[in-house]
Design a protein around this ligand. Sequence first.
Ligand SMILES: [Zn+2]
Length: 295
Amino acid sequence: MRKIGLASLLLCASAAFAQEGTVTYRSMEVSPGIHMTIGVNSAGGFASGNLGSIVTEDYVVMIDDGQQGTAPAMVSHVSETVGRPVDFVLNTHYHGDHTGANAAFAEAGAVVISHHKLRERLLDNTESAGGSGGIPVLTFGDGVVLHLNDITAKIIHVPNAHTDGDSFVVVADANVIFAGDLQFAGMFPFIDLNGGGTVQGYIEAQRKIASMADENTSILPGHGDQSSNLAELRADTAMLVDGYAKVRALVDQGLSEDEVVAANPLAAYAADYDWYFINAERMTRTFYADLTVGN
Ligand SMILES: [Zn+2]
Protein backbone atom coordinates (compact mmCIF):
# COMPACT_ATOMS: atom_id res chain seq x y z
CA MET A 1 0.00 0.00 0.00
CA ARG A 2 1.40 3.40 -0.91
CA LYS A 3 2.15 5.63 2.03
CA ILE A 4 -0.31 8.49 1.87
CA GLY A 5 -2.28 10.35 4.52
CA LEU A 6 -4.62 8.07 6.40
CA ALA A 7 -7.56 10.43 6.14
CA SER A 8 -7.30 10.72 2.40
CA LEU A 9 -6.72 6.99 2.16
CA LEU A 10 -9.93 6.26 4.00
CA LEU A 11 -11.90 8.80 2.04
CA CYS A 12 -10.56 7.32 -1.16
CA ALA A 13 -11.08 3.78 0.05
CA SER A 14 -14.08 3.16 -2.17
CA ALA A 15 -12.23 4.21 -5.30
CA ALA A 16 -9.00 2.48 -4.30
CA PHE A 17 -10.43 -0.83 -3.24
CA ALA A 18 -13.63 -1.19 -5.22
CA GLN A 19 -11.69 -2.04 -8.37
CA GLU A 20 -10.23 -5.13 -6.70
CA GLY A 21 -13.53 -6.94 -6.45
CA THR A 22 -17.29 -6.72 -6.38
CA VAL A 23 -18.93 -5.60 -3.16
CA THR A 24 -22.17 -7.19 -2.05
CA TYR A 25 -23.97 -6.78 1.26
CA ARG A 26 -25.33 -9.29 3.73
CA SER A 27 -27.51 -8.57 6.74
CA MET A 28 -28.15 -10.39 9.97
CA GLU A 29 -31.03 -9.73 12.31
CA VAL A 30 -29.57 -9.17 15.77
CA SER A 31 -32.97 -8.49 17.37
CA PRO A 32 -36.47 -8.34 15.84
CA GLY A 33 -36.39 -5.53 13.27
CA ILE A 34 -32.77 -4.62 13.94
CA HIS A 35 -30.12 -5.61 11.42
CA MET A 36 -26.38 -5.42 11.08
CA THR A 37 -25.22 -5.19 7.47
CA ILE A 38 -21.72 -6.04 6.31
CA GLY A 39 -20.10 -5.46 2.94
CA VAL A 40 -18.33 -8.42 1.39
CA ASN A 41 -15.66 -7.88 -1.27
CA SER A 42 -15.36 -10.79 -3.71
CA ALA A 43 -11.59 -10.20 -3.85
CA GLY A 44 -11.31 -10.28 -0.07
CA GLY A 45 -10.24 -6.64 0.26
CA PHE A 46 -11.93 -3.59 1.67
CA ALA A 47 -15.69 -3.65 1.28
CA SER A 48 -17.35 -0.91 3.32
CA GLY A 49 -17.96 0.24 6.83
CA ASN A 50 -20.60 -1.79 8.61
CA LEU A 51 -24.07 -0.36 8.74
CA GLY A 52 -27.42 -1.31 10.11
CA SER A 53 -31.12 -0.72 10.06
CA ILE A 54 -34.07 -0.41 12.38
CA VAL A 55 -37.38 -1.50 10.91
CA THR A 56 -40.62 -0.96 12.82
CA GLU A 57 -44.27 -0.94 11.80
CA ASP A 58 -44.14 2.56 10.33
CA TYR A 59 -40.47 3.46 10.02
CA VAL A 60 -37.24 2.36 8.36
CA VAL A 61 -34.03 3.89 9.65
CA MET A 62 -30.57 3.24 8.26
CA ILE A 63 -27.55 3.71 10.50
CA ASP A 64 -24.86 4.61 7.91
CA ASP A 65 -25.13 3.42 4.32
CA GLY A 66 -21.81 2.20 2.89
CA GLN A 67 -19.62 3.69 0.19
CA GLN A 68 -20.50 5.65 -2.90
CA GLY A 69 -19.21 3.17 -5.47
CA THR A 70 -21.55 0.52 -4.12
CA ALA A 71 -24.58 2.73 -3.51
CA PRO A 72 -26.68 0.90 -6.14
CA ALA A 73 -25.83 -2.45 -4.49
CA MET A 74 -26.76 -0.95 -1.12
CA VAL A 75 -30.07 0.41 -2.36
CA SER A 76 -31.04 -2.91 -3.93
CA HIS A 77 -29.94 -4.82 -0.82
CA VAL A 78 -32.25 -2.66 1.31
CA SER A 79 -35.11 -3.02 -1.10
CA GLU A 80 -34.64 -6.84 -1.12
CA THR A 81 -34.32 -7.20 2.65
CA VAL A 82 -36.65 -4.46 3.89
CA GLY A 83 -38.88 -3.87 0.88
CA ARG A 84 -39.92 -0.39 2.00
CA PRO A 85 -38.52 3.10 1.46
CA VAL A 86 -36.02 4.40 4.02
CA ASP A 87 -37.39 7.25 6.17
CA PHE A 88 -34.20 8.34 7.93
CA VAL A 89 -30.47 7.82 7.40
CA LEU A 90 -28.31 8.55 10.43
CA ASN A 91 -24.61 9.09 9.73
CA THR A 92 -22.37 8.08 12.66
CA HIS A 93 -19.43 10.07 11.18
CA TYR A 94 -18.35 11.68 7.92
CA HIS A 95 -16.13 9.00 6.32
CA GLY A 96 -17.15 8.03 2.81
CA ASP A 97 -17.32 4.31 3.57
CA HIS A 98 -20.29 5.12 5.87
CA THR A 99 -21.97 8.03 4.05
CA GLY A 100 -21.44 7.25 0.37
CA ALA A 101 -25.02 6.22 -0.37
CA ASN A 102 -26.56 9.28 1.35
CA ALA A 103 -27.48 10.90 -1.95
CA ALA A 104 -29.05 7.72 -3.30
CA PHE A 105 -31.29 7.32 -0.25
CA ALA A 106 -32.08 11.06 -0.07
CA GLU A 107 -33.10 10.93 -3.71
CA ALA A 108 -35.54 8.17 -2.79
CA GLY A 109 -37.03 10.30 -0.02
CA ALA A 110 -34.96 9.64 3.11
CA VAL A 111 -34.09 12.43 5.55
CA VAL A 112 -30.36 12.39 6.35
CA ILE A 113 -29.50 13.17 9.98
CA SER A 114 -26.12 13.87 11.60
CA HIS A 115 -24.16 15.83 14.15
CA HIS A 116 -23.69 19.41 12.88
CA LYS A 117 -19.89 19.07 12.57
CA LEU A 118 -20.33 16.01 10.37
CA ARG A 119 -22.48 18.06 8.03
CA GLU A 120 -19.78 20.74 7.84
CA ARG A 121 -17.18 18.12 6.91
CA LEU A 122 -19.41 16.66 4.21
CA LEU A 123 -19.99 20.15 2.81
CA ASP A 124 -16.22 20.28 2.29
CA ASN A 125 -16.29 16.93 0.52
CA THR A 126 -19.69 16.31 -1.03
CA GLU A 127 -18.35 13.28 -2.89
CA SER A 128 -18.21 11.44 0.44
CA ALA A 129 -21.99 11.88 0.65
CA GLY A 130 -22.46 10.57 -2.88
CA GLY A 131 -22.98 14.14 -4.09
CA SER A 132 -24.51 17.35 -2.75
CA GLY A 133 -27.92 15.69 -2.51
CA GLY A 134 -26.53 13.56 0.32
CA ILE A 135 -25.70 16.41 2.70
CA PRO A 136 -27.60 15.98 6.01
CA VAL A 137 -30.70 18.16 6.30
CA LEU A 138 -31.36 17.63 10.01
CA THR A 139 -28.52 18.14 12.49
CA PHE A 140 -28.11 17.94 16.24
CA GLY A 141 -25.60 18.83 18.94
CA ASP A 142 -25.48 16.56 22.00
CA GLY A 143 -27.99 14.11 20.60
CA VAL A 144 -31.49 13.41 19.37
CA VAL A 145 -34.08 10.70 19.97
CA LEU A 146 -36.10 8.84 17.33
CA HIS A 147 -39.44 7.46 18.50
CA LEU A 148 -40.18 4.57 16.15
CA ASN A 149 -43.41 2.85 17.25
CA ASP A 150 -42.31 0.50 20.04
CA ILE A 151 -38.60 1.23 19.58
CA THR A 152 -36.76 4.29 20.90
CA ALA A 153 -33.39 5.02 19.30
CA LYS A 154 -31.20 7.39 21.28
CA ILE A 155 -28.50 9.06 19.18
CA ILE A 156 -25.64 10.31 21.36
CA HIS A 157 -22.76 12.56 20.28
CA VAL A 158 -19.27 12.06 21.71
CA PRO A 159 -16.69 14.82 21.14
CA ASN A 160 -13.34 14.42 19.39
CA ALA A 161 -13.18 10.63 19.26
CA HIS A 162 -12.91 8.89 15.85
CA THR A 163 -13.64 12.34 14.30
CA ASP A 164 -15.21 15.52 15.67
CA GLY A 165 -18.74 14.64 14.58
CA ASP A 166 -19.26 11.13 15.94
CA SER A 167 -22.38 9.66 17.40
CA PHE A 168 -23.53 6.20 18.42
CA VAL A 169 -27.05 4.82 18.72
CA VAL A 170 -28.56 3.08 21.73
CA VAL A 171 -31.67 0.96 21.26
CA ALA A 172 -32.36 0.06 24.87
CA ASP A 173 -35.62 -1.78 24.07
CA ALA A 174 -33.63 -4.33 22.08
CA ASN A 175 -30.36 -4.06 24.05
CA VAL A 176 -28.45 -3.11 20.89
CA ILE A 177 -25.87 -0.36 20.42
CA PHE A 178 -24.65 0.80 17.00
CA ALA A 179 -21.10 1.94 17.76
CA GLY A 180 -20.08 3.13 14.27
CA ASP A 181 -16.32 3.52 14.05
CA LEU A 182 -16.06 4.04 17.81
CA GLN A 183 -15.28 0.33 17.71
CA PHE A 184 -13.09 -1.59 15.26
CA ALA A 185 -13.76 -4.94 16.91
CA GLY A 186 -10.49 -6.75 17.62
CA MET A 187 -8.55 -4.48 15.24
CA PHE A 188 -6.36 -1.43 15.70
CA PRO A 189 -8.80 1.47 15.15
CA PHE A 190 -8.34 4.31 12.70
CA ILE A 191 -8.43 7.55 14.71
CA ASP A 192 -8.81 10.47 12.31
CA LEU A 193 -6.61 13.13 13.91
CA ASN A 194 -7.02 15.37 10.84
CA GLY A 195 -10.78 15.03 11.16
CA GLY A 196 -10.89 16.18 14.78
CA GLY A 197 -10.39 12.78 16.41
CA THR A 198 -8.20 12.26 19.49
CA VAL A 199 -6.96 9.13 21.22
CA GLN A 200 -8.24 10.18 24.65
CA GLY A 201 -11.63 11.13 23.19
CA TYR A 202 -11.80 7.75 21.47
CA ILE A 203 -11.08 5.97 24.74
CA GLU A 204 -13.70 8.09 26.55
CA ALA A 205 -16.24 7.32 23.83
CA GLN A 206 -15.67 3.58 24.24
CA ARG A 207 -16.07 3.94 28.00
CA LYS A 208 -19.34 5.81 27.48
CA ILE A 209 -20.64 3.03 25.23
CA ALA A 210 -19.52 0.45 27.81
CA SER A 211 -21.35 2.37 30.55
CA MET A 212 -24.59 1.97 28.60
CA ALA A 213 -24.13 -1.75 27.90
CA ASP A 214 -24.42 -4.94 29.90
CA GLU A 215 -23.07 -8.43 29.23
CA ASN A 216 -26.01 -9.24 26.94
CA THR A 217 -25.83 -6.10 24.77
CA SER A 218 -25.16 -6.59 21.05
CA ILE A 219 -22.61 -3.92 20.17
CA LEU A 220 -22.37 -3.43 16.41
CA PRO A 221 -18.92 -2.17 15.40
CA GLY A 222 -18.19 0.02 12.37
CA HIS A 223 -15.58 -2.52 11.28
CA GLY A 224 -15.42 -6.21 12.16
CA ASP A 225 -17.28 -9.10 10.56
CA GLN A 226 -19.75 -9.82 13.34
CA SER A 227 -21.55 -8.22 16.23
CA SER A 228 -19.45 -7.54 19.30
CA ASN A 229 -20.12 -7.30 23.02
CA LEU A 230 -19.11 -5.58 26.23
CA ALA A 231 -16.20 -7.91 27.03
CA GLU A 232 -14.67 -7.40 23.59
CA LEU A 233 -15.19 -3.64 23.73
CA ARG A 234 -13.48 -3.49 27.13
CA ALA A 235 -10.56 -5.52 25.75
CA ASP A 236 -10.26 -3.10 22.82
CA THR A 237 -10.28 -0.14 25.22
CA ALA A 238 -7.69 -1.79 27.49
CA MET A 239 -5.40 -2.29 24.47
CA LEU A 240 -5.70 1.41 23.58
CA VAL A 241 -5.08 2.59 27.14
CA ASP A 242 -2.03 0.36 27.55
CA GLY A 243 -0.63 0.99 24.05
CA TYR A 244 -1.06 4.74 24.40
CA ALA A 245 0.71 4.70 27.79
CA LYS A 246 3.60 2.68 26.33
CA VAL A 247 4.06 5.18 23.49
CA ARG A 248 3.73 8.10 25.89
CA ALA A 249 6.55 6.68 28.05
CA LEU A 250 8.85 6.60 24.99
CA VAL A 251 7.84 10.10 23.91
CA ASP A 252 8.58 11.31 27.44
CA GLN A 253 12.08 9.85 27.10
CA GLY A 254 12.58 12.15 24.12
CA LEU A 255 12.55 9.51 21.39
CA SER A 256 11.78 10.60 17.84
CA GLU A 257 8.80 9.15 15.96
CA ASP A 258 10.96 6.64 14.09
CA GLU A 259 12.77 5.67 17.29
CA VAL A 260 9.43 5.04 18.98
CA VAL A 261 8.34 2.88 16.03
CA ALA A 262 11.65 0.99 16.15
CA ALA A 263 11.07 0.22 19.85
CA ASN A 264 7.86 -1.56 18.73
CA PRO A 265 5.79 -0.72 21.81
CA LEU A 266 2.65 -2.45 20.48
CA ALA A 267 4.42 -5.73 19.67
CA ALA A 268 2.31 -7.68 22.16
CA TYR A 269 -0.89 -6.65 20.34
CA ALA A 270 0.19 -6.98 16.72
CA ALA A 271 -0.80 -10.61 16.22
CA ASP A 272 -4.36 -9.99 17.40
CA TYR A 273 -4.98 -6.41 16.25
CA ASP A 274 -3.06 -5.94 12.95
CA TRP A 275 -5.14 -5.74 9.80
CA TYR A 276 -4.36 -4.54 6.31
CA PHE A 277 -5.34 -0.93 6.93
CA ILE A 278 -3.92 -0.29 10.41
CA ASN A 279 -0.99 -2.31 11.71
CA ALA A 280 1.05 -1.83 14.89
CA GLU A 281 3.36 0.65 13.17
CA ARG A 282 0.50 2.86 11.95
CA MET A 283 -1.19 2.69 15.36
CA THR A 284 2.10 3.69 17.00
CA ARG A 285 2.44 6.64 14.61
CA THR A 286 -1.13 7.73 15.41
CA PHE A 287 -0.39 7.62 19.15
CA TYR A 288 2.85 9.55 18.56
CA ALA A 289 1.16 12.22 16.45
CA ASP A 290 -1.64 12.60 19.00
CA LEU A 291 0.86 12.98 21.85
CA THR A 292 3.07 15.49 20.06
CA VAL A 293 0.44 17.60 18.33
CA GLY A 294 1.35 21.28 18.56
CA ASN A 295 4.98 20.49 19.49
ZN1 LIG B 1 -14.54 5.95 9.91
